[in-house]
Design a protein around this ligand. Structure first.
Ligand code: ZN
Length: 239
């Protein structure tokens, strides 16, 4: 279990260098049991939300008694592992080394249209005084811009939300369809919110193309697998 766990986790080298941090983007083989069995995470307690494609963000000091509903978590507390689950949606992990705060954000098209990453960055500043220019950001695997076909409704939603439409590309054959670049859309929001370009990192292939990753769109018809999600997490160790 242990070796399978570490082999099936994607990490960001810049984040690996930080001694007080744990983080990772789990692939399909990385299960919830890995959170509990890996000695590197000993003493951690995990916060797993009921995600609703919202812009609800929780700043937590301790592990809540009830399951939280929402799509982003922030903490400055140690040994609390923040988890977001994904299969095609984009997971983003945020860290301020100087402020000692972390966040995990679930960014699908709905959350992206609701500016969830921007709102999380604002909340980091409002609740914990964290300067956006101090943030490091890590984007994990999501559905790629050549595979993420969306309808006019998504384009309209982005337009009404005041977001740039340069993240869409017209479908070559179907006039009512577009391809959405989720990473680009969230990168733009982070830059606007004050994150420095050189502090935004990426890992992972397209979830739809890489069979080591989970894709809701690819796997939804395979019975029994449509609720499977990948685990993405970040947390602060005792220092
Ligand atoms: Zn793809």
């Amino acid at each position: 279990m242990k070796s399978t766990c570490s082999e099936s986790l994607l990490t960001i080298p810049r984040f690996d260098q930080i001694p007080f941090l744990i983080h990772g983007f789990g692939t399909a083989a990385w299960t919830e049991d890995c959170l509990k069995s890996d000695p590197a995470f000993e003493g951690f307690r995990w916060v797993i939300m009921r995600q609703t494609h919202s812009d609800i963000i929780h700043t937590i000091e301790d592990v809540p008694i009830k399951v939280l509903e929402g799509d982003a978590l922030i903490t400055a507390s140690t040994r609390i592992g923040l988890v977001v689950k994904t299969a095609d949606c984009l997971p983003v992990l945020l860290l301020s080394e100087s402020w000692g705060v972390v966040a995990a954000v679930h960014c699908g098209w709905k959350g992206t249209g609701k500016h969830i990453i921007q709102k999380t960055i604002m909340k980091l500043e409002d609740d914990l005084g964290c300067n956006p220019s101090s943030l490091l950001a890590a984007m994990g695997p999501c559905i790629g811009p050549d595979c993420y076909e969306v309808g006019e409704d998504v384009l309209r939603f982005f337009n009404e939300s005041g977001l740039s439409l340069n993240v869409f590309r017209k479908h070559p054959e179907r006039p009512d369809k577009h391809f959405l670049d989720l990473k680009k859309a969230n990168r733009q929001q982070m830059l606007e919110a004050g994150v420095s370009e050189e502090k935004i990192f990426f890992t992972g292939n397209c979830t739809h193309c890489d069979t080591n990753l989970l894709s809701y769109r690819r796997d939804r018809d395979v019975s029994g697998h449509m609720y499977k999600r990948m685990y993405n997490f970040i947390g602060i160790k005792l220092t």
